[in-house]
Design a protein around this ligand. Structure first.
Ligand SMILES: Nc1ncnc2c1ncn2[C@@H]1O[C@H](COP(=O)(O)OP(=O)(O)OP(=O)(O)O)[C@@H](O)[C@H]1O
Length: 373
């Protein structure tokens, strides 16, 4: 990356197309405009500020947890949030929130970066771990299930961990470094597998798990990954650049390659895909009613089947029957996963190499996809 950036610095010799006085040092990835460093900082920061303003993401006095993984996206996010908060007097209290998934040689090193960021940005830091919350580390999970479904487990557990970490601090709003490339990838993935019900929601700037009082926002919704990397590089931000030890989700990887190829031909395609997602509207569906048997009696009750196929089983509760954490389903996604894992725990403790068969993992993933979270 550094080499590529240096090459570009030498090649682009013209004046900046915005200020017309300083030497251009880059072609802006989003629109190929030739810019100097200062003008790049200005457009990059201003676009994020405009997204925050247009979407009315925050209110004065709000406390915001920044999901901090130590990677480039969340490190730039912490830096930008601090800069914009001071420049435009947002009046926000900013806190770093990290989840330690328990991946030796990856997350322990990236958390060391977050701890340095805490000093650099002068923000409080809270770390919650899978081990404390679920009594499992990701390394233990992978040794039990195999690497193939690791992203499914990690994604579900991390979303809940971020919510729980925020609530522990009395915070109801988490921002993450998900960027335009991540969004466009998700739209493409949903489109390619015909999961139209998710396309509309996959481009929302703010989301929350059903029933959760914690919302999650993405100030980088329109920010290109390449620009985040350039910003971090020019600003010499301290971030951790190693990829996760476990393989990225296979289908997302394919969508990523496809998107990169499209971007190289037409840079605006990332934003265009997001805009397509924003304008995508499903025909309204009538809620169906179905009868299910109660487990301990012959009586039946009516349950609503939601548009995404999930069902509301709990009559009066928004809480998981197992862990008591907020959930619109009788048993939350995390508990469904943990239950499957616990079944293999005794074998693990005897030192056997347990790799659950891939059919089992795929079946579990399908079950999870049908549940809301
Ligand atoms: N362990 C974690 N603790 C806290 N927040 C996290 C963690 N992992 C991911 N996030 C949040 O989710 C966002 C997207 O995460 P993802 O796993 O896609 O990583 P990424 O695109 O490599 O981001 P980053 O460069 O910040 O690591 C991150 O930018 C961050 O805000």
């Amino acid at each position: 990356m550094q080499n590529q950036t240096k090459k570009k610095e030498v090649k682009v010799g013209a004046l900046c197309q915005l200020c017309h006085c300083r030497k251009a040092v880059m072609k802006r990835p989003k629109n190929l405009q030739k810019l100097c460093k200062e003008c790049f900082y200005h457009v990059f920061e201003t676009e994020i500020h405009l997204t925050i303003q247009k979407e009315k993401l925050f209110y004065t006095g709000e406390t915001i947890a920044i999901g901090a993984s130590g990677g480039k996206d969340s490190t730039v996010l912490a830096s930008i949030m601090k800069t914009l908060n001071e420049r435009y007097s947002y009046g926000l209290n900013l806190v770093l929130l990290s989840v330690d998934e328990g991946i030796v040689g990856y997350r322990d090193d990236s958390l060391a970066t977050v701890k340095r960021n805490q000093q650099q940005y002068q923000m409080p830091l809270e770390i919650v771990s899978y081990k404390d919350l679920y009594n499992w580390t990701m390394d233990e999970i992978v040794s039990c299930t195999g690497v193939k479904s690791s992203c499914t487990y990690c994604g579900v557990l991390r979303r809940q961990a971020l919510d729980r970490g925020a609530l522990k601090l009395g915070i109801h709003h988490v921002v993450t470094g998900h960027n335009a490339d991540d969004m466009a990838e998700t739209v493409l993935m949903n489109l390619l597998r015909g999961d139209t019900a998710r396309i509309e929601s996959s481009v929302n700037v703010t989301t929350n798990s059903v029933g959760s009082p914690v919302k999650r926002s993405k100030p980088f919704k329109y920010t290109y990954q390449k620009e985040i990397v350039l910003y971090a590089h020019y600003k010499k931000l301290d971030y951790f650049s190693t990829e996760c030890t476990y393989a990225p989700e296979a289908f997302r990887g394919t969508a990523r390659v496809l998107l990169k190829n499209l971007e190289s031909i037409r840079p605006s395609c990332i934003i265009d895909i997001i805009h397509s997602g924003e304008h995508f509207k499903l025909k309204p569906k009538k809620p169906k009613a179905m009868h299910i048997k109660k487990s301990n009696s012959e009586a039946t009750k009516e349950v609503e089947v939601r548009a995404d196929g999930s069902v509301s089983l709990s009559k009066d509760g928004n809480r998981c029957e197992r862990c008591g954490y907020l959930s619109m389903n009788r048993i939350c996604k995390a508990c469904i996963l943990l239950e499957g894992l616990e079944a293999n725990r005794p074998k693990l403790s005897l030192g056997e190499s347990v790799i659950a068969d891939s059919d089992g993992a795929a079946k579990l993933s399908k079950t999870l996809e049908k549940l809301t979270f």
